[in-house]
Design a protein around this ligand. Structure first.
Ligand code: TNX
Length: 513
């Protein structure tokens, strides 16, 4: 009888849901509202992912979740259509069109012992909610290899929506070129923290990285090198389109940047006629800035820009084209102003809104253009705000991921100081610049310039662990937020980073566990 009792007890201990506290989970970004019910849902090989029968648009998100959990669990999770009323157990993804308050990216996640229900007003909200489910699963879910152990998710309800609609990262693929595989990994890494923008810095003095069919020498010659003289590279239009699609599937908008009128040596080396003196420049593999310029007074300059923006707009479904505009130190002031105004018209003529580094506020900006604040002094950004233009927050002293963590950091620059992990997190977008308030800000972007960054490992080392903090600054502007609370949540991401093979910086300020 004793043995039987033990067997019965083991049987029940397997079947009884584990007590788990949703409030103790370490989510980044922190959700808006969370209510724990002290039990759990167990994902097993029998769990099915259901999507509303009449809405085929949800199925790809179900498939994404099934693919996400497959390598570590080994589960061949089925994705099935179901009528709302027939759903009893498993995971259910649904759009709730009445729930407009959730906005484009908000979601409600309800978990009990039998089911997980994820609801959103838009598909993007479902995708963000899937990232929450992902973070609620044990960290070993991130493994590419089969893992032992059960897959429980704490029960309760999460209601969540971002504070800012623009939360992104920038990758400079010019100073060192990164291929499609690397950029896809970068997209996956930012998607895991609910970012929704990838800004690609596609052209600069050292290279031209996007194929323009009407000006083929830009990539043929201009794309043939990089900092320190490596072989460079570029994306064909097909490859760029593939990246756009990959990002779109993760509800991330790619914003392409053609930097001008400065930062244009690669173009000036590729076409003699773009130079004021009609002579092609040599290719450049150094790291100086501010020495090159397109000629604002030549007609061919605007023909060139019109061709480039037309081809780029045709392969960019997102609403924005970034025109750079920074550090045009050898462009006469009047020329610069005329140039920005004309380029803004060209971008608009191709159906897009212009973004530029805040230097562009010297021109007459349209209210639907955006200015990206980056400099130490906010003068340019304030000038933009005075023209009723909204600002993307990317202050170099806080949000630049190419800036060294400290003076021992083996990679990166330090012209804006050092940015340890606490400094990267300990600020808010809305109180960063006097005179730029919440209504003036669309969100945050953390740029990674790559003068010193050569490999995916280098990228990861500079980006992690700062990026989750930037993602949280944009998603959850919590007035009571504190580094001391955040650092514990960040520390718990360690196992995740490791299962994801992320080469992260093990800052001594984070209590890694
Ligand atoms: C300034 S930030 C630049 C880039 C450099 C970066 C290095 C900006 C708009 N221009 O050209 O790569 O500093 O941190």
């Amino acid at each position: 009888a004793g043995q039987l009792l033990i067997i019965v007890m083991i049987f029940f201990s397997c079947k009884t849901p584990t007590v788990k506290d949703l409030a103790k989970e370490n989510l980044i970004p922190k959700p808006t509202k969370l209510f724990a019910t002290g039990s759990s849902f167990e994902l097993t090989g029998k769990t099915t992912i259901y999507v509303e029968e009449n809405d085929e648009t949800i199925r790809p998100i179900g498939n994404y979740l099934a693919d996400l959990i497959k390598p570590a669990t080994g589960f061949e999770t089925e994705v099935q259509g179901v009528k709302n009323a027939d759903f009893k157990k498993g995971i259910y993804l649904a759009l709730v069109e009445k729930n407009k308050d959730l906005g484009e990216e908000g979601y409600i996640l309800s978990i009990d012992e039998k089911k997980i229900v994820l609801e959103a007003y838009q598909l993007a909200g479902l995708f963000r909610g899937v990232q929450t489910i992902r973070q609620l699963l044990p960290a070993r879910i991130e493994s590419k290899d089969l893992q032992m152990g059960s897959w429980e998710i704490a029960s309760g309800t999460i209601e969540d929506a971002p504070d800012y609609g623009y939360r992104g990262a920038m990758l400079d693929v010019v100073r060192h070129f990164f291929d499609v595989t690397d950029v896809k990994r970068f997209i996956d890494l930012i998607a895991a923290y609910k970012m929704n923008v990838l800004h690609l810095h596609l052209t600069d003095d050292q290279g031209w990285r996007i194929e323009i069919k009407s000006w083929p020498n830009l990539t043929k010659h201009g794309g043939s090198t990089q900092v320190d003289g490596g072989k460079g590279g570029f994306y064909t239009q097909e490859e760029y389109t593939e990246l756009v699609k990959y990002a779109q599937d993760r509800f991330i908008t790619i914003i392409p940047e053609i930097d001008m009128p400065g930062h244009t040596n690669a173009a000036l080396a590729s076409y003699a006629e773009l130079n004021a003196d009609g002579k092609a420049r040599d290719l450049y593999t150094g790291t100086n800035v501010g020495f090159s310029t397109l000629d604002a007074n030549k007609e061919i300059t605007y023909k060139f820009i019109d061709d480039v923006i037309r081809e780029l707009s045709a392969m960019t479904p997102g609403p924005f084209i970034h025109i750079g505009g920074d550090e045009s130190h050898v462009t006469a002031k009047d020329d610069y102003i005329e140039f920005i105004d004309k380029v803004q018209d060209i971008v608009n003529a191709h159906g897009k809104q212009m973004i530029g580094w805040a230097d562009i506020a010297a021109g007459s900006l349209k209210e639907n253009s955006l200015a990206q604040f980056w400099q130490i002094k906010p003068d340019n950004a304030l000038k933009a705000v005075n023209q009723n233009v909204k600002v993307i927050m990317s202050p170099a002293a806080k949000a630049y991921m190419d800036i060294q963590y400290n003076k021992l950091c083996p990679l990166g620059l330090n012209w804006s100081g050092y940015i340890e992990v606490d400094k990267a997190y300990n600020w808010t977008l809305e109180s960063n610049v006097e005179g730029i308030s919440k209504e003036d800000i669309v969100g945050i972007e953390a740029p990674l310039w790559t003068e010193t960054i050569e490999t995916m490992d280098d990228i990861e080392f500079m980006v992690f662990p700062r990026l989750p903090g930037y993602a949280e600054l944009g998603w959850s502007s919590d007035v009571n937020k504190s580094w001391d609370e955040y650092k514990v949540r960040l520390a718990k991401q360690k196992t995740r980073f490791e299962f994801m093979d992320i080469n992260y910086y093990k800052s001594a300020l984070v209590p890694w566990v």
